[in-house]
Design a binder for this molecule. Sequence first.
Ligand SMILES: NC(=O)c1ccc[n+]([C@@H]2O[C@H](COP(=O)([O-])OP(=O)(O)OC[C@H]3O[C@@H](n4cnc5c(N)ncnc54)[C@H](O)[C@@H]3O)[C@@H](O)[C@H]2O)c1
Ligand SMILES: O=P(O)(O)OC[C@@H](O)[C@@H](O)[C@H](O)[C@H](O)CO
Length: 384
Amino acid sequence: MSTAVHFGAGNIGRGFIGLVLHEAGYDVVFVDVNAELIRELQSVDSYEVREVGAHPRTHVVDRFRAVDSREDEAEAIAAVAAADIVTCAVGPNVLKFIAPVIREGLRARPDDAAPLVVMACENAIGATDTLAGFVLEGAGELASRAVFANTAVDRIIPAVDVQGVDVVVEDFFEWSIDRRPFHGHEPVIPAAHFVDDLGPYIERKLFTVNTGHATAAYHGYRAGEPSIAAALANPAVRAEVEAALGETSALLVEKYGFDAAEHAAYVARALERFENPDLPDTPVRIGRQPLRKLSRHERFIGPAAEAAERGLATDALTRAVGAALAFDAPEDPEAVELQGLLSSLDAAELTTKVTGLTPEHPLTERVEEVVRAAQAARPASDED
Ligand SMILES: NC(=O)c1ccc[n+]([C@@H]2O[C@H](COP(=O)([O-])OP(=O)(O)OC[C@H]3O[C@@H](n4cnc5c(N)ncnc54)[C@H](O)[C@@H]3O)[C@@H](O)[C@H]2O)c1
Ligand SMILES: O=P(O)(O)OC[C@@H](O)[C@@H](O)[C@H](O)[C@H](O)CO
C-alpha cells in the first residue's frame, strides 16, 4: 500500500489534499502540532468531507492515522522515512518548522528507496522550492533522495464549526502540479492535474481567486460586513473587487496570453464561489495574516508591481492595499503587528518594510500615498 504523509491536518489537509490522496489509494498519515486535533483524529475510524453548493456530495475518509509531531517527533520522522509522498498545508510561514522533520525522515530512508515526492500545498508562489531550501539547508547530500514539485491548490474551506473533525468544503477544487521535476514518473493522483508550466496556473489562481477574496475581505471588513457574501452584496465593496480583478486580469491576459473571454469566465466563477450561500466565510479568515498578504510576491503587491512596470492600471489594487492597512482584527497577531507598524513608522519606512518595494519602483509612490491616508485615518490613541 502506498503512503502519503501530510503536514497540517487543518481545513485543506483534511478537506482537500488528504481526501484527494485517500481517493488516489494512499494511506494518509496526518502530522500536526495541534494536540487536540490529533487526539480527535485518533479517536475516530473515519471522517466526512461534505461538499456544499450546486452539487452536494459527502466523502468518507477511512484509511488514515494521525501523529502529533510535537509529542512524538520520532514517529513523524519514521512516517516520512517510509512514505511515498509528503505534502503540507500549514501556511507559508510555517514551512521552516516542518522542514527538520522531513530532513530527518529523508536521512532515515533506506539507501535504495525510491525518491520521496515532496509537494507543498500553500497559497504562495514556489512554496515547494521554499520548503526544499529549508529541508536541504546543511544537508545538500539528501537532495537525491527527494523530488520537489511546486503546486497550486484551490478549494475554499472556511473554518465552519462542524462536529468533530468532519469538514465542509465547496464543491470545487483544482490541484495543479508541476510535472517537470518528475521526468515522466509523476505519482498517480487522478484528481490532480500535472502541467508543464505551473506559472500561469499559480498566478491565475493567486492573483484572481486570492486577490479578489482578499479585496472583498479587507474592504468588507472596513465597511463592517460580517460575511464575505454580505461584503459582495455591498455595491461599493463589489465595485472594488471587480475593479481589482479587472487590473489583475489585464496583467494576466497580457503576460500569459490568456483568452480574455475565458479569463473573464474564470473571474466570474470565482465571484460565484465567494458568494456560495452554503459556505459561510468571513472577512477575518480571508484577511488573516495581512503582513503575509501585503508582502512583495503576494496577491496585491505581486500583480500591482508587475502591472505598474508594464504601464497598466493599479489604482484599485492600491486602494485594496489601503483597505488591508485598516485590518485591525485583534485576534490576528499580524493585524496587531501591522497596526503597531502604522503608528511607529513613517509611510516610506512602512512601505519598504511591509511590501518590499524599493523606493524607486514605479508603484512605490502610490503605495506610500495609501499608507499615509491609512495612518491619517487611524483613531488617535494614547500610545500613538
Ligand atoms: N482554507 C482554504 O480555503 C485554503 C484554500 C487553498 C489554500 N489554502 C492554504 O492552505 C494552507 C493551510 O490553510 P488551512 O485553511 O488549511 O489552515 P488551517 O489553519 O485550517 O490548517 C493549518 C494546520 O497546520 C497545522 N500546523 C501549524 N504548524 C504546524 C507544524 N509545525 N507542523 C504540523 N502542522 C502544523 C495547524 O495546527 C493547522 O491544523 C495555507 O497555506 C492556506 O493559505 C487554504
Ligand atoms: O489561505 P490564505 O490566508 O492564503 O487566504 C485566505 C483565502 O483567500 C484562501 O484560503 C482561499 O479560501 C483559498 O485560497 C481558495 O483556494
